[in-house]
Every structure is written in C-alpha cells, then in structure tokens.
Design a protein around this ligand. Structure first.
Ligand SMILES: N[C@@H](CCC(=O)N[C@@H](CS)C(=O)NCC(=O)O)C(=O)O
Length: 218
C-alpha cells in the first residue's frame, strides 16, 4: 500500500458536490482520510483566506493532500488518481467504449452542469450582479433541467447509472441530484436519474458521504 494511504487529508465542505464526489470515491476504496472543513460562505468564505489560497490557488474544494506533500485538486483528477493507485473496486469499466460513456456522463455533470450552479457562481450573481433570489433560482433550475434532460437518455440504470457496477458516473450523479433536491428542482421527468441515485444511496459508501452525514453539516 502506498505511503499516501496512511495520511490522506481531504479539504471539504459538507454542501460541496465536488467534495461529495471525492468522499464517495474514498469510501468506495475503503481509504481512511482526515477531513478539514472549509466553510465556503462564513466570513466571506474560508476558501479565500490566504492560508487556503496557498494550498489551492483556485480557492475551491475539494483538495486532497497526500503524505508525500503533493496536493491534488479537481475532483475528477483526484478520483482517477485514487482509481489508478487503488484499482479495486474499479470506478471505470475496462472496455474503452463503456469507459468513454461513463466519462461522458461524469463530464456532462462536472464540466457542463456543475460550474453554472456552484456556490461561487450563484454568489456572484447575487452579490456582484445584484440579481434577485427569484432570478438566481430561475437560473439554477434552468441549467439543471437542461443538463438533466441531456443525462436522462445517457444512462440505463441496472441498477447503477451505467450497469451493475458503481462507476464514476454514479459518483458524479448522486451529488448533483442531491444539489437539485436542495434547490427544489422537480425530478419527475428524470426517473432514470432518480433510480440510479436511489440504488447508490443504499450503499454505505454513498450514505456516509452525504452532506447531512458530515461532521461540518449545519
Ligand atoms: N471542477 C472542480 C469544481 C470545484 C468547485 O467548484 N468547488 C466549489 C464547491 S462545489 C467551491 O469550492 N466553490 C467555492 C467558490 O467558488 O468560491 C472540481 O471538480 O473539483
């Protein structure tokens, strides 16, 4: 087992869906990790404090610090690193076509949906551009529904998003659906997304990673 395994430190925030992805992956791999909560809104956001900025100049969570003193950012890069170092259980299928399809689901969420709806984007709309809360809610709902309309035909729950094994697709899907629920987006039009989400939430790796089960949950 590589040395990093004994001292993984995850900079996280209970409501961060990108950090939620990494918590799920660490739990699926059975890797112990210390959590360092970074509150993203209190006192202007602890991600913007100089101490954290030196850790991640992008001022975002998640960050995974290894005992080697290497610091990893970007949830998908972190998860693929964990999958490379600890191949069991695999988070990507072996077959190149299936792999590409799983990555397409993951990237639709992580690259196209989530950036439009993350806390920094919503705070900018509110605090800098002075949009009313109703406009911000409309923005949020619009982009989630656009994204979920694209995702629904991309998955085939059996019972997980891309088949009988949990993959990176599920790891990205569950936090994004949780986020949509939090913002009260109706999910009736997305039975496949909800079915895959519900199947995953029966697994302790997902349950343990839920926002409400985090030590920093409010
Ligand atoms: N693409 C990044 C997204 C990271 C990200 O946007 N994290 C959000 C929380 S989900 C954050 O730290 N936001 C703080 C801010 O924007 O000020 C990843 O997948 O790790």
């Amino acid at each position: 087992m590589p040395a990093e395994d004994h001292a993984l430190k995850l900079y996280t925030y209970y409501r961060s869906s990108a950090a939620y992805r990494v918590r799920i992956a660490l739990n699926l791999k059975g890797l112990p990790y210390e959590m360092v909560p970074i509150h993203l809104s209190k006192d202007g956001g602890y991600q913007r404090k100089p101490e954290f900025r030196t850790i991640n100049p992008q001022m975002r969570v998640p960050v995974l610090a290894l005992s080697s003193s290497d610091v990893l950012t970007q949830s998908l890069a972190i998860i693929e690193y964990l999958d490379d170092i600890h191949p069991e259980p695999p988070l990507l299928p072996a077959d190149p076509l299936a792999r590409a399809k799983v990555r397409a689901v993951a990237q639709t969420i992580a690259c196209d949906i989530h950036p439009l709806n993350n806390s920094g984007t919503l705070q900018y709309l509110k605090n800098t551009l002075k949009h009313a809360q109703s406009e911000i809610d409309a923005w949020y709902h619009y982009w989630i529904i656009e994204g979920f309309n694209a995702l629904e035909p991309m998955i085939a729950p059996a019972p997980y998003a891309c088949g009988a094994q949990v993959t990176l697709a599920d790891i990205c899907l569950v936090p994004q659906v949780a986020n949509a629920r939090r913002f009260k987006v109706p999910l009736d039009a997305f039975p496949k997304l909800v079915a895959a989400e519900q199947a995953c939430l029966k697994l302790s790796a997902f349950d343990k990673a839920r926002p409400e089960n985090q030590p920093d949950a409010e």
